[in-house]
Write a protein that binds this ligand. Sequence first.
Ligand code: PEP
Length: 256
Amino acid sequence: MSERKPIVAGNWKMHNNTIETRTLIQQIIKNGKNLGQNCEVIIAPPFTSIACAAKEVKDSAIQLGAQNLFWEDKGAFTGEISGPMLKEIGCSHVIIGHSERRQYFGETDETVNKRIGSAIRNGLIPIFCLGETLAERETGQAFIVLKRQLVKGLESLKVENPVDFVMAYEPVWAIGTGKTASPEQAQEVHAFVRGELALLWGDKFAAKTRILYGGSVKAANSKNLIGQPDIDGGLIGGASLNAEDFLGIIEQGTGF
Ligand code: PEP
């Protein structure tokens, strides 16, 4: 059994106002027996629902994440949210480099690197996402792209304790499409990512780092995916918006 405690994290994207947030969290807590015992549970609501979520998850095992941050701590940056602001409101984690941010909002390896730096500096645990597009996979570029994203995303950075750093492999072609990487395909990439992380931050650190899989994970496929030796949990989009589906993944994927 791996010493890495699995993580199931829900990326709510641009869903759930405060009323919906309250209801969904209450359903998860009410129906999630032994929540947090065998795996860590994180939800990442949109910014406007984080304060409300913080009240609801108090005294539960659910941890709170944001879906992005800006790299400066404060200043004239209209529309942005900083690390200290997320920390103050109760976030422990922040998703960085999600493919939707890379695809639609001009996120680059360089801006991902600055955001990860800010998360580390502000005591937030980054959930650093990387993944190849279908075209990149089909042209044999997947591993080159993944290595570039990892090396540039972490350039000049260091995390002391592996529990304070999380990665997520999310093949772009599997996000919100209903297509999932096969457990073998995902395992191959996870082992590769762990190897590359080891080259950068050492074998010991890499061996203790949780690497999540994301891309159309559901209760039905979670057991086989999370059961792979280098897959330490899931980053869940669509299926995290429904308490039964989300709890099903936690139950099937992590064994309770
Ligand atoms: C995601 O947004 O990180 C994700 C994996 O989405 P979905 O589960 O809907 O594919």
